[in-house]
Design a protein around this ligand. Structure first.
Ligand code: SF4
Length: 325
């Protein structure tokens, strides 16, 4: 029906099991030890979550040398290198590791392949915290490959002993293109033992691909430093959305984005609480987009147990809106 304004709401979207666990870890640490609790880096890459935790007494720092000796420090969901763990220990900090278990899995792979004398081609974005942490497990064995073009130029020591691993939050399609081009040059390149791009990243990309095909405009809720949120904008554009933007908050939506738009697709990154999506739906309803249809491509039911220091008081809570629970 022409002129019919509607919203297609992608599902799964929003919080993944690793983000839920990391946020609860800081909340429980505040409950148990009292404020302040220090957190190295943003616990998850979402400005709203960080502000809310700051309001409750969390203090976010860049490095552990900013934390007073002996204090509690939480490591973020993106994982840390052994050098960071050692620095915290040297300072007598009481560290609680909120690294996502799916990131820790990639760390284990990196350690194992390095021990077996492989050169590891780590597909990921240089400078991203997760990539720094994974590379830090085996700095002498890891070569970072940022994008498909770099696959054509990187140098390797022994083409017969190569494996690729990846950051967990990349575009699946772009990563496969990078690997295809690597394999053209290095036919013996070994695959990771299992997918490194995590279930949540993959599921959110599949859902937005379906939505984007029918959308004049896609709005992704997520922060600028959230890798998986930024990838959702790119994937939406690749799969047919006429325009796609990322916002932290609903009030960033510009009037001109909606001009002539009948179908708005909405999703959110894995670090985004669903309340922010609900606020966006409210804004769009005010603009006449009241017909909301959910487009679901997968069910998620994963929950990770809390770090051992915080277990025993009910475990990770499930059932949050938008949580992979
Ligand atoms: S996006 Fe994936 S790897 Fe990152 S915290 Fe969520 S589940 Fe873990």
């Amino acid at each position: 029906m022409r002129g019919h304004k509607r919203v297609l709401l992608a599902a799964p979207r929003g919080y993944c099991a690793g983000v839920d666990r990391a946020v609860i870890t800081v909340e429980k640490a505040l409950d148990r030890y009292g404020a302040p609790v220090y957190v190295r880096k943003q616990i998850v890459h979402n400005i709203h979550v960080v502000r809310e935790l700051e309001a409750r007494g969390a203090i976010f720092v860049e490095e552990v040398d900013e934390v007073p000796e002996g204090a509690h420090v939480v490591f973020s969901a993106h994982g840390v290198s052994p050098a960071v763990v050692d620095a915290a220990s040297d300072r007598g900090l009481q560290a609680i590791d909120a690294s996502c278990p799916l990131v820790t899995k990639v760390h284990r792979e990196a350690k194992r392949f390095a021990r077996d004398d492989y050169q590891i081609l780590l597909v990921g974005h240089e400078g991203h915290e997760e990539v720094e942490g994974t590379a830090g497990e085996a700095p002498d064995s890891v070569t970072i490959v940022n994008n498909p073009d770099e696959a054509d130029t990187i140098e390797v020591d022994d083409p017969s002993k190569l494996v690729w691993l990846s950051q967990t939050t990349l575009s699946v399609d772009e990563t496969m293109e990078t690997v295809r081009r690597l394999r053209e040059r290095f036919p013996n390149l070994q695959d990771p033992p299992s997918d490194d791009i995590c279930y949540a990243t993959q599921n959110r990309q599949v859902a937005i691909k379906k939505v984007a095909a029918d959308a004049d405009l896609v709005i992704v809720v997520g922060s600028a430093n959230s890798s998986n949120s930024v990838r959702l904008v790119e994937v939406a554009l690749e799969y047919g959305a006429k325009a796609a933007y990322r916002v932290d908050y609903a009030d960033e939506v510009r009037q001109e984005w909606l001009e002539g738009v009948e179908t708005v697709g909405i999703t959110s990154g894995a670090s985004v609480p669903d309340v922010l999506v609900q606020q966006l739906l409210g804004e769009l309803a005010d603009a006449g987009y009241r017909d909301v249809e959910e487009v679901r491509t997968a069910e998620e039911d994963l929950i990770f147990s809390l770090p051992k220091e915080l277990r025993g008081e009910g475990g990770a809570r499930g059932g949050r809106s938008g949580v992979a629970a």
